[in-house]
Design a protein around this ligand. Structure first.
Ligand code: AMP
Ligand code: MG
Length: 424
């Protein structure tokens, strides 16, 4: 299916009509967004050391066994299991020593043992390692008690990864352990999806740049900083277009230009129904609007559509908390998908809430919370002070969102709520 095939003009008109009165349910909005996302087609080869946070374009297959051969998991003595005593003790002749990186070159015979270090190859003949702490060595003899198992303390060839096995799958966003895993296979270069390029700008005559002196009624642009942080966390490349005044012509040229170079465009502000709110109209002139209202709080105005062939456009609300919350819930999964990654939800779970919360059925609400433990070790969530959608401090202090479902009414203190962590 093409990216926009379901957004016929007729469909748009119907939706625009329906949405004038009825904002979309958040689940439906997210589904529409995800249905529109196409993976970035290009890949690039990069050195493994630059791979953190990048998304694999193809499976990584193991070109060898890890570990390549049986080796010792302990410092101790390597011997034949047939020489282990079932009761009493056995004394074995100490016939040599194997260090990691220095194979023995001869075999361990019956009645013999060799001292062996962690990571050293198991010599021919031996099939068991007894820990040094469980032995007594004296006069060239090593005494071993009962209770040992054939094959103990040996790391088997291929026990971590077997030759030909998929170590990691296409679509995996690489974490530190993954980099180590790929390195253990001796692979220095990897094939990853190109990073998504995201154009970002703020709108509003009242918004000014850091470093400027605010004129009367002006405030500093905070959204471009919080949104850039969220984008960089996702591994996106940010094209910063600065601040645009509330002038349709300036918006038009910014959207035209960024549709050519970006995979997604993110604006904040100008999507409500105020007289200076031009974003949705300009989007409808230059591209296709899928929807512009969602039944959520904060963030009810959120315009989503397509510019050109496949550039996603998100017109985020201007209020700083609303801009972040809508990013986390709607933009993040979309960018993960175009990055080649399967959307990976932030962890969510149920906990009792310390505070009573106001809530009306008919929209999904997101409050900012922190998790705490009581004296009995039980986890609770509480809100981070005042919750206005302009109060960025509430977001800065939060470790999670409290998600109050669409149909839910008010929450009494002590009731269970769903929380979603802000970091994975
Ligand atoms: P708007 O959606 O344009 O009506 O903006 C809603 C509110 O968010 C207004 O109070 C704006 O001043 C504020 N706002 C809009 N953009 C930004 C921004 N980039 N940084 C901080 N506040 C903003
Ligand atoms: Mg505005």
């Amino acid at each position: 299916m093409g990216p926009v095939s379901h957004m016929s003009n007729e469909h748009e008109t119907r939706c625009a009509g329906a949405q004038a009165g009825h904002p979309l349910h958040q689940a439906e909005a997210l589904q529409r967004i995800l249905d529109t996302c196409m993976r970035i087609p290009e890949a690039e080869h990069i050195p493994l050391e630059a791979g953190l946070g990048r998304v694999l374009y193809e499976d990584v297959l193991a070109p060898l066994n890890v570990p390549p051969d049986d080796n010792s998991a302990m410092d101790g003595y390597a011997m034949r299991a047939a020489d282990l005593p079932s009761s009493g003790s056995a004394s074995l002749r100490l016939s040599g020593r194997v260090l990691a990186g220095h194979p023995l070159g001869s075999a361990v015979g019956p009645g013999e043992c060799v001292s062996i270090m962690t990571g050293a190859l198991i010599p021919d003949g031996a099939d068991t390692v007894v820990m040094r702490e469980q032995t007594q060595a004296e006069d060239g003899l090593v005494r071993i008690g009962p209770g040992h198992r054939r094959g103990e303390n040996i790391r088997r060839r291929g026990e971590d990864l077997r030759l030909g096995e998929a170590a990691l799958a296409r679509g995996r966003r690489l974490r530190p352990a993954d980099l180590g895993l790929i390195a253990s296979l001796g692979i220095p270069m990897i094939k990853v999806f190109r990073r998504p390029r995201v154009a970002l700008f703020s709108t509003g005559d009242e918004i000014c740049n850091l470093g400027d002196s605010p004129r009367g009624g002006q405030i500093y642009d905070s959204n471009r900083y919080s949104l850039r942080g969220l984008l960089e966390d996702l591994g996106a490349e940010v094209l910063d277009l600065g601040i645009l005044p509330d002038e349709p012509e300036r918006l038009r040229s910014a959207l035209r230009e960024s549709a050519l170079s970006a995979d997604a465009v993110l604006s904040s502000g100008g999507v409500s129904v105020g007289e200076a709110d031009h974003v949705t109209r300009v989007l409808s002139e230059l591209g296709r609007v899928s929807f512009w209202k969602i039944a959520i709080k904060p963030g009810r105005p959120l315009a989503f559509g397509i510019l050109g062939q496949r550039t996603l456009f998100f017109g985020l609300p201007g209020n700083p908390v609303a801009a972040m919350v809508t990013f986390i819930r709607f933009v993040r999964p979309a960018l993960q998908r175009i990055s080649g990654q399967d959307p990976e939800e932030l962890p969510s779970f149920e906990v009792p809430c310390l505070d009573a919360l106001k809530k009306v059925p008919g929209r999904t609400e997101f409050q900012r919370g922190t998790l705490r433990r009581d004296d009995a070790g039980r986890l609770w969530v509480g809100v981070t002070g005042r919750q206005g959608s302009g109060i960025l401090h509430s977001m800065s202090q939060a470790t999670c969102l409290i998600v109050l479902e669409h149909d839910r009414g008010p929450v009494a203190a002590g009731e269970t709520v769903t929380v979603q962590l802000l970091q994975g």
